[in-house]
Design a protein around this ligand. Sequence first.
Ligand code: FES
Ligand code: FES
Length: 160
Amino acid sequence: MRLTVNAQEHEVVVQGHETLLAVLREQLELTGTKLGCARGECGACTVLVNGRAAYSCLTLAAGCASHSITTVEGLAAGQSLHALQRAFIEHDALQCGYCTPGQLMAAVALLARHPAPSVDEIRDGMSGNLCRCGAYPKIVRAVQAAAVAMRADSSLDGVR
Ligand code: FES
Ligand code: FES
């Protein structure tokens, strides 16, 4: 089957039971998406499916033929990091970093829905992603900072 990942089409051979997570990591070598609990509890495997956050450990690859998948590798534009990636670095929103790709993808989906989220909306939007290191306060600050930066960028777009 063909799988569209980060705007590129790939030819993959998929068994009916195989998860999107397994295909991304093992066939496409996109290992930024992490395997944590493998049962929909930790969010380490979060990717975007048609712009919405999804646990790739619970998503069958065979069902993704007509979908657009985005992984953490698809966030940066060349050498230019996504505003959320920059904010996570600037606000030191990670310790071990294992949960970070999933946190980033959940945050991208959150800010697409709520460009100016309240702290409660950030906590709610990120509630499907666990951080074993407890970096939550800094993750919230990073998402707030990225939201401000992204709104500033999009208002500049309007005057360019
Ligand atoms: S690995 Fe998918 S939710 Fe934990
Ligand atoms: S930074 Fe380590 S699990 Fe989140």
